[in-house]
Write a protein that binds this ligand. Structure first.
Ligand code: GBH
Length: 455
């Protein structure tokens, strides 16, 4: 397909994104402690086909090959995450030297390949002992997280310019603690709200620790998607507005504006006003993960379970996700709606105006599960998805939205949480038996896009 090449100029940063538990494997090596995801995967029935991240892409051993794939792809930046249990096996106390050494090797390999490392401190893999002590329901974890951030800054700030604190705190709150489809598997409904506050406070304290340790540019990666009311009735509109506050603004408003969306601050523990001062510590950039829009209406007792990764919602919720069936879908069943990407970018700009920091798109991509045919993977539907979304991004930037970079999710097919290895987001196919990596058609397409986009 594709019409004229898209020009983003020489300064725009193109990247790929990944996370520790989804790719590293080697869960018992290098002194790594147990994470909540190791525990969760060991519980029968939690993960499709009983899959686990114990081996995943074996990136812990194959990182050099993976960096070479990125170098040949021509990306400027690589977003990965530190595994907290590698750095601090129990979540507190002195750093584990072998854990630091692994990320040293990875970072040096990246720098040697001309790729800027852009790590996230936390992508859902909590050290199990911290979870046993209350996890994100306990305020104590915010001190632990600040210590962890200090360790990382001290070791890596000299070579790492771009930092993110937490990945998708909403997904951890909603799927991890409210409905129980991710680790730690708790189904607390609205009782999960303290998890949001503690992640926000941990974020703010980590920003301060990273700054004190010399980190140059600091942000967060939160997921955002337009919430479309299911109909025009006041009930649907109100239900959608409530859902929108929870899903889109519960984290962004406190960070950008220093206050909770209406009605939500009251549900939070601790000295909320004081905490908001820390939470709103200024950021250098704001990271946006986006996949697909959500439709929400008033409760009918017949929700769309896709929006909670197939899990039943708690009873008695004041809103209900509904299917979006009028667009094509990825193999994961998520609707493909490039305009919704432009819509959420404009919504962010309208909501925050000049208070919105420069943006990075820290994740965008799709599950297309095509496999090799004669050694080639012709994943044209992924190319079409990415082409459509990148064009929407260009339009939003032309409308004055300041976006500095775009990270495709993901370089490799990897462990897709509760879906195990059944959903493939990679530009590179991974055979999970042999660990052979095979670049797909989309890999070549992305390389071409990057080259031509420089202008
Ligand atoms: C991200 O989560 C994660 O950061 C990453 O680890 C993960 O691998 C990647 O995305 C792909 O899943 O049925 O249309 O309503 C994204 C999590 C995706 C959860 C969209 C809610 C609703 C889809 N969100 N999903 S829909």
């Amino acid at each position: 397909m594709t019409a004229e090449p898209l020009i983003f100029g020489p300064d725009f940063k193109w990247g790929v994104s990944a996370s520790a538990y989804q790719i590293e494997g080697a869960v018992t090596e290098g002194g790594r402690g147990t994470s909540t995801w190791d525990t969760f995967c060991a519980e029968p029935g939690r993960i499709l086909n009983g899959d686990t991240g114990a081996v995943a892409c074996d990136h812990y051993h194959r990182y050099a090959e993976d960096v070479a794939l990125m170098r040949d792809l021509g990306v400027d930046v690589y977003r990965f995450s530190f595994a907290w249990p590698r750095i601090q096996p129990t979540g507190q106390g002195p750093a584990n030297p072998a854990g630091l050494d692994f990320y040293d090797r990875l970072i040096d390999e990246l720098l040697g390949a001309g790729i800027t490392p852009a790590p996230t401190l936390y992508h859902w893999d909590t050290p199990q002992p911290l979870e046993d002590a209350g996890g994100w329901l306990s305020r104590d974890i915010t001190s632990r997280f600040a210590d962890y951030a200090s360790i990382l800054a001290e070791r890596f700030a000299d070579r790492v310019p771009l930092w993110m604190t937490i990945n998708e705190p909403m997904v951890l709150t909603l799927i991890g603690y409210a409905v129980g489809g991710h680790a730690p598997g708790k189904a607390l409904g609205f009782e999960a709200l303290p998890v949001a506050h503690h992640q926000l406070l941990a974020h703010g304290r980590a920003v301060q620790a990273l700054r004190a340790g010399g980190a140059a540019e600091i942000g967060i990666a939160t997921n955002h998607a337009p919430t479309w009311p299911a109909g025009d009735s006041p009930e649907d509109v109100e239900a959608a507005a409530l859902y929108d506050n929870l899903i889109n603004w519960l984290f962004a408003d406190p960070i950008v504006l220093g206050r909770y969306p209406e009605g939500l601050g009251e549900a939070m523990p601790g000295p909320v006003a004081e905490d908001l001062e820390v939470i709103s510590t200024p950021l250098d950039f704001f990271g946006l993960n986006h996949y697909s829009p959500t439709r929400v209406g008033a409760p009918t007792g017949n929700p769309d379970s896709a929006a909670t990764d197939g899990l039943p919602l708690p009873e008695g919720l004041p809103f209900e996700p509904r299917p979006i069936d009028e667009y094509p879908k990825t193999d994961f069943g998520w609707p493909i709606v490039p305009e919704a990407f432009g819509e959420i970018l404009r919504t962010l700009k309208n909501r925050y105006g000049d208070r919105l920091p420069p943006l990075y798109i820290t994740e965008n991509g799709c599950a297309i599960n095509d496999g090799p045919v004669d050694g080639e993977i012709a994943d044209q539907r992924r190319i079409d998805y990415l082409d459509g979304y990148v064009r929407e991004l260009r339009k939003a930037m032309d409308d004055g939205i300041d976006v500095r970079g775009y990270f495709q999710w993901s370089l490799l097919d990897n462990f897709e949480w509760a879906a195990g290895y059944s959903q493939r987001f990679g530009l590179v196919h991974v055979d999970f038996e042999s660990q052979v990596r095979t670049p797909k058609a989309s890999y070549h397409w992305y390389r071409d896009l990057i080259t031509k986009s420089r202008g």
